[in-house]
Design a protein around this ligand. Sequence first.
Ligand SMILES: [Zn+2]
Length: 378
Amino acid sequence: MSATATEKLIRPHGGVLVDRTGARPDGVDALELITITSREASDLDMIASGALSPLEGFMGSEDYERVVEEMRLASGLPWSLPVCLAVERAPEGDRVALADESGRLLAVLDVDEVYEYDKEREAERCFRTTDDAHPGVARLYAQAPLYLAGRVTVFERAVSEFPELALDPADTRAAFAERGWKRVVGFQTRNPIHRAHEYLTKVALETVDGLLVHPLVGDTKSDDVPAAVRVECYETLLGGYYPADRVLLSAFPAAMRYAGPREAIWHAICRKNYGCSHFIVGRDHAGVGTYYGTYDAQLIFDEFEPHELDIEPMFFEHSFYCKACGSMASAKTCPHSGDDHVFLSGTKVRELLEAGEVPPEEFTRPVVAEVLIEAYRS
Ligand SMILES: [Zn+2]
């Protein structure tokens, strides 16, 4: 493939796709060792791959302050969530080694700065709540009290639970270019895809060249459907109901923060790095509980100038099958009453599946329901 093929895709955020992978430097074993959490390890690996371009390491105080207050890096480039490494104390030397919770050495970090941060302010600004019942806030409050900033060099990449789906931004970009796609829409999900989401991905796909189904497989809440089950659902659905030359399935390695609106921006910027020109934002994107308004994750895009993010958000309403329309529809496109709509709450779907019952096929494709019922059975 020629280099010009990928040049037709959207530019990475900040213009250059970062690569912070590298060979293991000499003397790593002698360095002070810092054990990082699974969320930090996921951020680290995304810095390495360029998924968080233009970040080359964990954020210093200038970037952090401006991100928290204004959703911008110190350079002015839009950025909506802190990407920070929390530590108990300042390290002695100017270089430290980073290891995951199992003790596996991953990277070195060249220390730039160690600084204090205000957890309540970060919670209030980024999560719009200081309630520690919010899973993202709870994680923040449990963190060590200082942030350690500096550029990283990652010599041991994350081990994916789904190696065949582990595509870095350079890989998805190459895959898009190889298929001749220029305009690509990214779809983020952490749930099985029912008919409603199938519909909106296909509506989006009608207007672009290709679809990246990019499920989040990093840390999620324990009551979300396990990633392995979801991946089987995606493979089943895509294999049967999407043209193979128009869709790419790959895993998004981020950990959920449940920051709602700010996370929607962050998810869009990451997908831009993966080569997506468009990004689907549904109602209550990346939300949890009742902390965010239904449309907050869409409205927040208005806080940026047109084209400033470059990636184009595509906003969607909830959709459903309407018996009167005889098709999938939404409140935007269907004039009929709720009596005509096939809609089931998440709780109701779960009850059916747990009882081994197949939901209406207008709600879930039977082949997807079978995978879910089997999963609940075991
Ligand atoms: Zn209708």
